[in-house]
Design a protein around this ligand. Structure first.
Ligand code: NAP
Length: 315
């Protein structure tokens, strides 16, 4: 029996012919399944990752499918802002005048080593949060009317806070805390983007984040310490384990389903809305993350308030 993401999400009748989707981190795991699913629904899919061979295989599978979907691969290392910019440029070219219909910010992972990127930012925070923030900012003007931005977050966001003054530090590094912080940033980013799009852009573009489930069979667990990684991969082969295709179902649901066409700034799991943590919902924390992320990247704040809104009354 078929158990594709589009079947689980109840959107297998939708047709995306003529639409363009960028799925970051689609050489493996959840992103790969989401890319294949969107290809089956007829979209032109931009497959992204660093692994050229794995990317070529996904493209081949989409192109060889019986449905109209087509694909191309663009490599970019998310630890390098110049490569993220080049991915945005390639996406712009691929989407053409019609614009990009779907941006699925999914690339990321759990990184064990304490290290900083050339920007001087802790690696997990940069790859999992700053890179999709930059990519989204670069592509804002290229999004089609009613486009959807979907961000892969995680239930791991619960129970942490983001100390923005410490994202350049790896002192006392904990890979789990770094991961949690980056996933909290994903939820806050998606909510703030949704709010700013609603208030400052009238094109009907939405932004939501989701938890895909715990998926031992995806590549995510390869970064866990040795015995845990082996145990996870064994767990992934068990019949009751959540599969990458099941993990991709909520992404495809948010990307395609009519019933969430107007949902924005929200958080989902299992194709249903969920309440994220209190910290994730804090509008001041969301706004500060947005502003500081632009500062860290040395870019203008995207969707900033119109100048008139920022003028303080004189008396
Ligand atoms: N698996 C789970 O249980 C789980 C649970 C909650 C949330 N998530 C989230 O789901 C998303 C996808 O994870 P997954 O489980 O599908 O893992 P995965 O199989 O390891 O896939 C990760 C994808 O991200 C790409 N990626 C990783 N680091 C990158 C970098 N520096 N630059 C560019 N691309 C990079 C990888 O591409 P290359 O290998 O080609 O570079 C790959 O395509 C992540 O955001 C993760 O946090 C996963």
């Amino acid at each position: 029996m078929r158990n594709y993401p589009e079947d689980i999400a109840g959107v297998d009748d939708e047709r995306l012919v003529g639409e363009t989707a960028l799925v970051t981190g689609s050489t493996s795991g959840i992103g790969r399944e989401a890319a294949l699913s969107l290809g089956r629904l007829g979209a032109h899919v931009i497959v992204h990752g660093r692994d050229e061979e794995a990317g070529a295989e996904v493209v081949e599978e989409i192109d060889a499918g019986v449905k109209e979907g087509t694909a191309e691969f663009v490599a970019a290392d998310f630890a390098d802002p110049a490569e993220v910019r080049a991915l945005a440029d390639a996406t712009r070219r691929a989407a053409g005048d019609d614009g990009l219909d779907l941006l699925l910010n999914n690339a990321g992972g759990y990184f064990r080593e304490a290290r900083r990127t050339d920007l001087g930012v802790e690696y997990t925070f940069h790859v999992n949060h700053l890179a999709p923030y930059q990519l989204t900012a670069e592509l804002l003007d290229d999004l089609a009317d009613d486009a959807r931005v979907v961000t892969t977050a995680s239930e791991a966001h619960r129970g942490d806070q983001i100390d923005l003054d410490a994202v350049d530090s790896v002192d006392g590094f904990s890979s789990w805390r770094a991961y949690q912080r980056s996933k909290l940033a994903n939820v806050q980013f998606a909510a703030e983007l949704g709010r700013r799009l609603r208030e400052r852009d009238d094109r009907g573009i939405t932004s939501n984040s989701f938890h895909p489930g715990a998926i031992p069979g995806s590549g995510f667990f390869r970064h866990l310490p040795g015995p845990l990684s082996g145990a996870a991969s064994a767990l992934g082969r068990l019949p009751f384990a959540t599969t990458p295709a099941e993990g991709a179902a909520t992404a495809v649901y948010l990307a395609v389903a009519d019933e969430v066409a107007d949902a924005t700034g929200r958080y989902f799991a299992d194709c249903r809305e969920r309440k994220p943590s209190t910290e994730a919902q804090d509008p001041r924390a969301q706004r500060r993350l947005w502003e500081e992320s632009a500062d860290l990247l040395g870019m203008d704040e995207p969707l900033s308030a119109p100048v008139a809104d920022e003028v303080e009354p004189t008396d």
